[in-house]
Design a binder for this molecule. Structure first.
Ligand code: VAH
Length: 310
């Protein structure tokens, strides 16, 4: 069966829904440090579990005969800047726990998310290549870059089947993001409907790589069912769908809500966003395992506003 760590998070919740849809509820075990929303808790097995506690994790893996683990528990970029050592501990020790379970042959396959946060201020910012300069300037980015190196090491040295994607900022109408720098791109839709206006914490021309959650989940499942011989990258794959600025997403909302007003009040997250690429080259994922995105900004805005209205 399958275990999701961090199943109550922005990605973890939707991954749990998708995996239960695909494999059946009873073989997909959701776990997190806290309980999740009603749909999640009522749709299948759940375990309260600290992903940094190896013994507790080993027990759950044995009890449910887990073969595949999705490690979605992490502290994201903005929060990690406030609690560097807690972020490092959570992001790294949870990864070592899962990698070591695979090395001991207690599980067969791992998905671990990286992020565009692995890139830094001197990385080429436009159509950032799969292999390039990576000097991340955030705690979160450092943990993701180091995590990528460890995933590649465990694959090369111990044959661990770990697969990874550098997610862009993700946008969902079913789940809220938690402590990220790209969270404005979700908040703006909620505020456009509830208040008709939004004060954005990034400057209007801050271009960032983004993706609608349906694309991110589909890519994850596609990568996890790809034949091992097709997976040439065991650090983490670049993945792309769209790039936009706060000004452009506001314009796409105005097409539906003409009176929508946006204002800008950059905070500490501006510096984090400025260190990241503005667009990503994902040609390697397209070539190796047939990736193609479905959602552009216009389609995303339509999906978000029509679903959030209900
Ligand atoms: C964050 N949403 O903002 C996450 C993600 C690329 C952004 O890593 O930290």
């Amino acid at each position: 069966s399958i275990l999701i760590l961090g199943a109550c998070g922005q990605i973890g919740t939707e991954l749990t829904y998708a995996l239960r849809e695909k494999h059946g509820n009873e073989v997909v075990i959701a776990s997190d440090i806290r309980e999740g929303n009603e749909d999640l808790m009522n749709s299948g097995p759940f375990e309260l579990l600290d992903a940094t506690d190896y013994n507790a994790l080993e027990e759950v893996v044995a009890y449910y005969e887990i073969s595949e683990v999705y490690l979605m528990a992490a502290m994201l970029s903005a929060t990690a800047e406030k609690f560097p050592m807690r972020a490092w501990n959570l992001n790294m020790n949870s990864l070592f726990n899962v990698l070591n379970l695979a090395k001991e042959k207690k599980i067969d396959k791992i998905f671990w998310p990286s992020s565009i946060a692995v890139f830094g201020p001197n990385t080429p910012a436009d159509h950032t290549p799969q292999n390039t300069i990576m000097e991340p300037s955030t705690v979160y980015g450092i943990s993701k870059q180091s995590g990528e190196r460890w995933c590649n090491y465990y694959h090369q040295k111990f044959g661990v089947d770990v697969r990874s994607i550098r997610y862009p900022g993700l946008i969902s109408h079913k789940t809220m993001p938690g402590g990220g720098t790209t969270d404005y791109a979700v908040e703006i839709y909620h505020k456009a409907l509830s208040e008709g206006s939004y004060t954005c914490f990034l400057k209007k021309d801050t271009r960032l790589p983004m993706m609608f959650m349906d694309d991110a989940i589909r890519a994850t499942l596609l990568l996890m069912r790809s034949k091992p011989e097709n997976i040439k990258i065991r650090s983490s794959y670049n993945l792309a769908a769209m790039s936009f600025t706060p000004e452009e997403i506001a314009k796409s909302i105005k097409a539906w809500i003409p009176d929508f007003k946006i204002s800008y009040k950059p905070d500490f997250r501006q510096e984090i966003a400025d260190s990241w690429p503005s667009s990503i080259d994902d040609s390697q994922a397209q070539k190796d395992w047939g990736w193609q995105s479905n959602f552009d900004l216009e389609k995303t805005t339509k999906e978000m506003l029509s679903n959030l209205k209900e």
